[in-house]
Structures are given as C-alpha cells and as structure tokens.
Ligand binder design. Structure first.
Ligand code: SAM
Length: 336
C-alpha cells in the first residue's frame, strides 16, 4: 500500500481522538480560562480546570495541530478563532454543542449495533431512547437546547433569506424545542401567529424564551407527542430537524397526523439536510451517521423525501436550498 494511503487510513481510524479531545476540553471549560493575546501554560490552565498538567499540555498540542488553540514559541497556549468560540461567553458559543456530545459520547459504541441491526445504537448503550434519556436527566435539557442552537441556530437566518413565508397566517413549529426557530420567523413576519408543539419537559424552557423575546402573546405553546396527534389550527407546519430523527415508518406516522389536520391549501415544511448524490464528502453524511446512532433516524436524499411525502399524503412541491446546510422541502396535501 502506498504511504499516503497508509497515513490516510491511520488518521481515519484514530480520528475519534479529535472529537473526544474537543469535547473533553469543552467540558472542562479550558477556553474560559484563556484571554486571546494572553497565553498561559498548560500547568496554569490545569490548576484552574482540575486537569492533569502534562495530559492537558498534550491534548492542547494535539488540538493546536487542528487550529484549535495555538502553542506559542515558549510552550504556552493562546486562542485561535476556533478555540475562542469554545468560550461560554462567546457570541454563538460552541461549548454547549461539544458538551452535549461529551455527555452522550458512549452512544458511539452503539454504531456497530446500528450497522448490524438497523436499530439506534444509543438505545443499546443507554437502555432507552435519546429523548427519554434527556427527559430523565433534567440537567441535560439546557445543554441540549444550547447545543442545538450551536449546530442549527445559524440556519434560521439562512432559511428566512431563502424561503418566503409570505401568506402564512399561523405557523406551527412541531418539535419546536426551545422556541428559537419560531421566534426568528415571528420576528421577521410581524403579522404571523405561531404555535409551538413539543414534549412536556420542554415546555418551561420554550415558554420562558418566547416570553423573553416578547412573543408570548403571539405564540401558543402546546404539549404533546406527535406520535399521538398534531394540533390543528395552523396553515403551515414546520418540522426542522424532526424528520431526520426517525425511521420512514415513524415519519409516515408523524406526517400522517399532520395530514389529518392541515387545510387542503396548507403546506408542510421540512427543514433538513438533503443528502447530495455522488461520492463527495458532505456534512450531511456525518449527520446521517449521528442520526443512525443516536435517535435511529436518517438524513435523506431528494428522492427519499419525495417518496416519504407521497406515502404520507403530500406531494413534493419544491426544495429550496439555503446558504446553510439545510434546505426547505415543501409538501402540499395530495387531493383525494
Ligand atoms: C433535534 S431537536 C429539534 C428542535 C428544533 N426543531 C430545532 O430545529 O432546533 C428534536 C425535538 O423534537 C422533540 N420531540 C421528540 N420527540 C417528540 C414527540 N414524540 N413529540 C413532540 N416532540 C418531540 C424534542 O423534544 C426536540 O425538541
């Protein structure tokens, strides 16, 4: 085998170290103890964070090789643009995103189980589904909310730039989480009213955020499971990063409940990655591995969305790409 291929395979197999190191350093809060332009030694940082000094030095040196922190000539460490956003107080801080995966990292042991059985590896490792696990570990809720905002928050602006919500009177955000998405849409469209629907343990956080955004009057918050029913009363039903969490059968159930209540002139909007054709690398393929292992879901191709919609009583009307990794997949009720 050529040396280049050997090295590429070595790196692929050992790549887990990179993910683990980023998440562990974020959990320890190392970035919070550094000010850009004021380098500090690993010994100092270890004292602040309770880390083992030599191990911290080695981890930071490794991360510096990937542009996260930088080692100065005298062996101290400083921030880079990437490590700066691991600070808790950074605008768009990524610390929660890394901590979210840190807390659930053992789920990756289950990828092998997913590969062999098609079942979510998370359930095999943790003994329950990811959403039940979050419900039973209340301290995880805020980390998950903030983590979701890290990974997906920037998509809201990109979606609003690309997709015209004009004409929607009441927008339902199904599985709306902490309310940041519906808040963004309602702020852009002052005449629109909203409805956020999610599980019970999410309600308090969603209500608090809508209140803080001054939108409590314009957005109803309803508790329930989309496997039982979806509330009527909206003319557009938005599902961002919901459909990718579930198998085709489960999605048909969820979208089927939506089909029962949506007006004939309504629209269903699935905001998701659309997996491109071809062999090229794509972040959507990383998320697909994550969906397979964690909730047991799927990132889908355009053809798979079209089929899923048809099986749920909708026809694919359009797919609008955005400047972020997601597209808006619009479905309209099939007649008859
Ligand atoms: C991946 S998060 C997406 C959150 C939000 N849509 C966003 O884009 O930031 C999935 C959401 O689905 C909600 N969820 C999971 N199972 C649900 C169910 N059976 N019924 C309603 N919501 C559910 C979770 O509580 C969580 O808020």
């Amino acid at each position: 085998m050529a040396q280049a291929e050997t090295e590429q395979l070595n790196q692929m197999i050992l790549n887990v170290a990179l993910s683990r190191a980023v998440c562990s350093v974020a959990e320890l809060g190392v970035a919070d103890h550094l000010e850009a332009g004021t380098p500090r030694s690993a010994e100092d940082l270890a004292k602040e964070t309770g880390a083992h000094p030599r191990s911290l030095h080695r981890v930071l040196r490794f991360l510096a090789g990937h542009g996260l922190f930088q080692e100065t000539a005298d062996g101290r460490f400083d921030h880079t643009p990437l490590s700066s956003v691991l600070r808790t107080d950074a605008e768009g801080s990524y610390r929660a995103g890394a901590r979210m995966f840190h807390r659930m990292f053992p789920a990756w042991d289950g990828l092998d189980h997913s590969l062999r059985t098609g079942e979510p590896g998370f359930n095999k490792v943790f003994g329950m589904g990811v959403f039940d696990y979050v419900g039973q570990n209340p301290d995880l809720g805020p980390i998950l909310d903030a983590g979701m905002t890290c990974f997906h928050g920037y998509e809201t602006g990109a979606m609003l730039e690309a997709y015209d919500f004009g004409g929607v009177q009441v927008l339902a955000d199904i599985g709306g989480g902490n309310g940041s998405l519906i808040s963004g849409v309602l702020q852009r469209y002052p005449e629109m009213r909203g409805l956020l629907f999610d599980l019970g343990h999410v309600m308090a956080r969603a209500k608090a955020n809508l209140q803080a955004a001054g939108l409590a009057e314009r957005c109803q918050v309803l508790e329930g499971s989309f496997f039982e029913s979806i509330p009527a009363g909206a003319d557009a039903y938005l599902f961002r990063h919901i459909i990718h969490d579930w198998t085709d059968e489960q999605c048909i159930q969820i979208l089927g409940h939506c089909r029962k209540v949506i007006p004939e002139t309504g629209r269903v909007l699935l905001v998701e990655c659309v997996v491109p054709k071809g062999n090229g690398p794509s972040i959507s393929k990383y998320f697909d591995m994550t969906m397979m292992t964690f909730p047991g879901g799927i990132e889908r191709t355009a053809a798979e969305f079209e089929r899923l919609l048809a099986q749920s009583g909708f026809e694919l009307a359009s797919i609008t790409p955005t400047s972020s990794m997601v597209s808006v997949v619009e479905g309209r009720p099939l007649r008859g």
